[in-house]
Design a binder for this molecule. Structure first.
Ligand code: HEC
Ligand code: HEC
Length: 505
């Protein structure tokens, strides 16, 4: 990011009405931070680099920034070191400037500039199938077009209720039985390695927090540290193809760095500083957000407040939008209210509508916050993997509402698996088709099929595409998905408000 970028985006303006002082001060801060970022970039080139605290990075709708409780982030930390044999570090797939995930734009830039030789594209999981050559673009299509990493998981063998067969296998490696075990290929987005203090499950299917769950305030901190330590070990073994395991000190260093990070959008091109005029956007306010397991459990009505986000409350009910910036702030605040209060009729969701503890309700009238209930962050404050349909197959889907919703997305060409032995709780069908078996890969239980966690909803603008399989190219597609999936009937204006809000998180 350079000062030219800042100028070209016309962030530095002289204005005569409404909040001149705040806007000018914010611009000055941004310029100073911008200079720091240039220095950071130079330091990187000399191999002795530090990422300055709160350094802003350009993204789709403004700037994202990360606050590190441990101060400037040293790239000498084990998080940034290659600890295996293929040149990868954690930061290969968890990029600071891309919300600690990878954006498709970032992936494409790296592919082009390295001609496919960046360690990200190592064929072990950075290609559609193992064995792909670095320069074969078609063999890296899922990563290049959807930001997907291949996750090979062994099918459950112990007390499993179902069997799995490949139904559609576009790349020829959906199922590997060469080791005697049935290893299935799923393709998933790197989850952000920031804001981890708010997690209730580690990995989309929760496999790294299954043994030491994050559901009890008394054990939360200890379990989170232990889960992340094991996760880091597994990441080095698989993604970095290590010959020897990392040391305990290296693992502790990775977890210390990760747990100190808070990432959020900090500046919006149209609305300006997201913490101006009483608003609480940006990573500093986020670092002060309280959290504990079950803090706002949507499934226990007496303990649930649907007002999940209050970041932009001070921007509501402005008398009248005087300027484009004020109009943009009002729009973001309106989007926040939609998230908190727009009624959603939740149907056909595994984990909710087939949940005996809830009485198998055919419809739950809720809000976005029914599933994204953690205050200020928007994951679920207890482990609650759900199947909203994102992992179904558009080819085989029979539920018209889910089919229409999937049609709003840019769905990747993924392998499809046929599940026998389970009955679909909503359609009654005995054969189930899926592109991601989710938590049932751990448990072998029919009730866990396709169920995955919803990620933390901060720093979204820096890390498109969305959903575990990168099927939503942008937040417009994501909102259109929800609009069809739950028959919301949003107007174009409401959609734009919701997108503006999500971009400001
Ligand atoms: C090749 C890309 C890649 C590399 C390298 C990589 N990761 Fe990941 N990471 C992923 C993917 C993909 C997921 C999601 C996988 C899933 O849910 O099944 C993930 C998930 C995670 C999560 C879970 C976050 C959450 O919200 O549950 C953590 C923590 C994490 N990675 C840490 C690390 C660490 C630490 C390293 C380095 C030792 C590392 N990763 C290296 C791709 C990568
Ligand atoms: C019935 C539960 C449910 C409801 C209601 C719900 N979500 Fe989600 N949300 C999820 C789940 C589960 C995921 C993960 C899906 C995936 O990754 O494939 C998710 C993912 C997301 C993501 C993507 C995050 C990422 O990093 O990829 C966003 C953004 C999001 N939801 C916003 C919303 C908004 C806005 C609403 C209200 C219009 C909403 N959700 C309503 C369950 C729900």
């Amino acid at each position: 990011m350079s000062l030219n970028v800042l100028k070209s985006k016309r962030l530095v303006r002289t204005r005569v009405i409404g909040g001149v002082a705040a806007t000018a001060a914010a611009a000055a801060i941004l310029l100073v931070l911008g200079l720091d970022s240039v220095r950071g970039e130079q330091a990187k080139a000399t191999g002795n680099s530090v990422i300055f605290n709160l350094q802003p990075y350009l993204d789709r709708s403004g700037f994202v920034a990360t606050y590190s409780e441990n101060g400037n982030i040293s790239q000498k930390s084990a998080f940034f070191q290659s600890l295996g044999t293929n040149g990868r570090s954690c930061a290969t797939c968890h990029v600071v400037s891309q919300g600690f995930s990878v954006s498709v734009t970032g992936v494409r830039e790296r592919y082009t500039s390295s001609r496919g030789r960046d360690p990200l594209f190592a064929s072990v999981d950075g290609a559609n199938c193992p064995g792909a050559g670095p320069r074969d673009e078609a063999d890296h299509s899922l990563l290049l077009e959807h930001g997907l990493i291949r996750i090979g998981l062994a099918a459950p063998v112990v007390s499993t209720q179902f069997s799995v067969q490949p139904e559609y296998d576009p790349y020829g490696c959906s199922t590997d039985t060469s080791t005697g075990q049935q290893i299935l290929s799923f393709y998933r987005r790197p989850l952000p390695t920031t804001n981890l203090r708010f997690l209730s499950a580690v990995m989309f299917d929760g496999r790294e927090s299954a043994a030491l769950p994050l559901n009890d305030p008394a054990t939360f901190n200890a379990n989170l540290e232990a889960d992340l330590t094991t996760q880091a070990l597994h990441a080095v073994q698989t993604h970095a193809q290590s010959a020897a395991d990392p040391t305990a000190a290296q693992l502790a260093d990775i977890v210390r760095v990760e747990l100190g990070l808070y990432t959020a959008q900090f500046w919006d091109f149209r609305a300006g500083l997201l913490s101006a005029f009483g608003a609480k956007g940006g990573p500093l306010a986020l670092s002060r957000q309280t959290y504990a397991p079950g803090i706002n459990d949507s499934l226990t009505p007496s303990r649930f407040d649907p007002t999940i986000f209050t970041l932009f409350e001070p921007w509501t009910n402005q008398r009248r939008a005087f300027s484009a910036e004020e109009a943009a702030r009002t729009e973001i605040a309106a989007g926040e209210q939609i998230f908190n209060s727009f009624p959603i009729h939740i149907t056909d969701v595994r984990g909710l509508n087939d949940n005996p503890a809830l009485g198998n309700p055919s419809t739950i009238t809720g809000t976005c916050g029914t599933c994204h209930d953690a205050p200020g962050v928007g994951d679920h404050s207890l482990p609650l993997p759900l199947d909203i349909g994102t992992g179904h197959s558009p080819r085989y889907e029979t539920n018209p509402q889910i089919r229409n919703a999937l049609a709003q997305l840019n769905f990747p060409d993924l392998p499809v698996y046929r599940i026998s032995g389970c009955t679909d709780p909503f359609t009654g069908e005995g054969t189930i088709y899926t592109t991601d078996i989710g938590k049932a890969m751990l448990t072998g239980q029919c009730t866990d099929l396709n169920r995955i966690k919803g990620p933390i909803l901060r720093g979204l603008a820096a890390r498109a595409p969305y959903f575990h399989n990168g099927a939503a190219t942008d937040l417009n597609q994501l909102v259109n998905f929800y609009n069809e999936r739950f028959n919301m009937g949003l107007t174009n204006q409401q959609k734009a408000e919701l997108v503006a809000f999500l971009n400001s998180l």
